[in-house]
Design a protein around this ligand. Structure first.
Ligand SMILES: *Cc1c(COP(=O)(O)O)cnc(C)c1O
Length: 296
């Protein structure tokens, strides 16, 4: 048997009552299980709100919650109320966020190989940013533009050639990643040139997401350093460093806070001479420890 779960792995409001039962947000977990049945996901609302506020304080207005970490109508509303934008990948997440009443301008559309229908809908509702992943998507955006003349604001997803020490299935920054335009092969430069010459998009910046469960802030520093010479020449207003800061799931794991991560990213950008607005997309760091699952 392993020992007790370490306190920092649990939601902020978790407590063990005098009867020996866990409470979350003042709710008795046995009563929750009896009322709703199990398995039951229990989220600590205040924990989620505090992490969203921390992200906004650390990165500013454009910071986005990566909704694949946890999304439902109430979560989309909470995130929006706390001042974060929302990353949505593909039509399903886009529709949940819109159904929750989040203004389209606060949404960022992600995904590799977005369909024509998804791109068309995102443009029609007016999402704030589309993160373009491939030349095929630029083709699709141009085809749609020829029909209706809509030119969305876009970021280009760049693969900076960084191998973060995380599990290979959640590593996305290396050169053979299926995501984005590779920096080292000139694909990134070609994509920027094409986007700048195209009437179908308004290029506002670059995006890079090096992977998930990255525990060492140095990898973000490396990514910023790798991107800086290229980004610096382009004179673009926005740089998104993606998400991926690790969270602790098991005893013995320690992870940086959102604030510590942001400080490391901002220091790296200052060192690299990047004066653009630097933003980020935390997912797990907002949601992971806010929840427990109850079983019988
Ligand atoms: C998954 C993902 C994130 C968030 O990753 P976390 O590990 O949950 O912080 C951010 N941006 C993109 C593009 C992603 O795919």
């Amino acid at each position: 048997m392993s020992g007790a779960v370490e306190r920092h792995l649990l939601p902020d409001s978790a407590e063990v009552g005098s009867d020996g039962w866990l409470t979350i947000g003042g709710c008795h977990t046995r009563e929750l299980a009896e009322r709703y049945g199990t398995p039951l996901f229990v989220y600590d609302e205040e924990h989620l709100r505090v992490r969203c506020r921390e992200a906004v304080a650390a990165f500013g207005d454009g910071v986005a919650y990566a909704s694949k970490a946890f999304l439902c109508l109430a979560m989309a509303q909470l995130v929006h109320q706390e001042g974060m934008c929302i990353d949505v990948a593909a039509g399903g997440e886009l529709n949940v966020a819109l159904a929750a009443g989040v203004p389209a301008g606060r949404l960022v559309l992600h995904g590799n190989n977005k369909s024509v229908d998804e791109l068309a809908r995102a443009r029609e509702v007016g999402v704030g940013r589309i993160v373009v992943d491939s030349f095929d998507e630029l083709d699709r955006l141009e085809t749609l533009h020829a029909i209706d003349g809509i030119a969305p604001r876009v970021l280009l997803r760049i693969t900076p050639g960084i191998e973060a020490h995380t599990h290979e299935f959640v590593r996305t920054g290396q050169d053979d990643s299926k995501f984005g335009f590779t920096l080292s092969t000139e694909a990134a430069a070609a994509a920027v040139n094409r986007a700048r010459q195209s009437d179908a998009v308004e290029l506002v910046g670059l995006h890079a997401h090096i992977g998930s469960q990255v525990f060492v802030a140095d990898f973000f520093r490396e990514a910023v350093k790798a991107l800086a010479p290229f980004f610096g020449r382009l004179d673009l207003p926005e740089l998104s460093i993606g998400g991926g800061i690790g969270v602790a799931y098991v005893n013995g794991e320690r992870a940086p806070s959102i604030t510590e991560w942001a400080d490391a990213v901002h220091r790296a950008c200052a060192e690299a001479g990047i004066g653009a607005t630097v933003s980020a997309e935390p997912g797990r760091a907002i949601a992971a420890q806010a929840a427990v699952t109850l079983y019988t």
